[in-house]
Ligand binder design. Structure first.
Ligand SMILES: [Zn+2]
Length: 261
């Protein structure tokens, strides 16, 4: 079994002390390829530097998270454009809208989101998207840009059946995290994921965040890591009613095609 973690924050400081061991455990668990999420210019540069050390195993994205959108200056976008030219950078993002916490003002978020969609269209890379409590505006902006985009994945999808259908109608991919492993709050995703075509479905840990609740033993400090991706796979397989080996093959094929790995 070979799995691809399409969203892991491997440059996060919580991996500084033991990053090599984290990657060794991932490989031992069958997680052989990882796409490291960039969430700011600095984080995207760090992600690309990590990816460069292990060609064929690690890749990265380059983007500015909606939380950080107030820092998406013309200069920051120019730096993303430079990063986008690097062979290890396989998508623009994480970008999108998050009106749940509004760490950046909504107007700044929309501006940064549109600029990154424009950049992705120009450089011919797919986009790695984040949406929280902003579905309507997110969809409107995305619909406008979609014809020019090579591909788009809504990462950590936890939305409703109607939101799923709206995204699928735009020919998007959906990324499923360990949110689905949660007995209580994962119920909705377990139902909604059943209606996602296999070729539109990918899996991710979003580590060090979103530790699957069924991880045993509980990881130290509650930190998630890519070696726990098989738990997400198992939960998705149970939800869609297909064998885990089959879902592994489907999600890996979808991820290779989407990112061009
Ligand atoms: Zn996100």
């Amino acid at each position: 079994m070979e799995l691809i973690d399409i969203g892991v924050n491997l440059a996060h400081r919580r991996f500084d002390a033991d990053r090599a061991q984290v990657l060794a455990r991932a490989r031992a668990a069958g997680v052989t390829r990882l796409v490291i999420t960039g969430t700011s210019v600095a984080a995207s540069q760090a992600a690309a530097a990590l990816a460069r050390e292990r060609p064929g195993e690690l890749w990265s994205t380059a983007g500015i998270h909606p939380h950080d959108a107030r820092h998406a200056s013309a200069e920051a976008l120019a730096q993303l454009r430079t990063l986008a030219g690097a062979p290890e950078v396989k998508a623009i993002g994480e970008c999108g809208l998050d009106f749940d916490r509004n760490f950046s003002p909504p107007a700044d978020q929309e501006r940064a989101f549109e600029a990154q969609l424009e950049l992705a269209a120009e450089v011919g890379l797919p986009v790695f998207l984040h949406e929280r409590s902003a579905h309507e505006r997110f969809l409107a902006i995305l619909r406008n840009a979609r014809p020019r985009l090579r591909g788009a994945v809504v990462h950590c999808f936890t939305g409703s059946a109607a939101e799923r259908d709206a995204y699928l109608a735009l020919d998007l991919h959906l990324g499923i995290t360990g949110w689905i492993n949660d007995d209580r709050r994962g119920l909705g995703v377990r139902q909604v994921v059943q209606g996602v075509p296999a070729e539109r479905l990918m899996i991710e840990t979003d580590a060090p965040f979103l530790t699957p609740h069924d991880a045993r033993p509980r990881p130290a400090g509650g930190r998630n890591e890519p070696a726990l991706l098989p738990l997400v796979l198992a939960a998705v397989a149970r939800a869609v009613g297909r064998p885990a080996a089959q879902v592994a093959e489907e999600t890996t094929r979808a991820a290779r095609a989407f990112f061009g790995l």
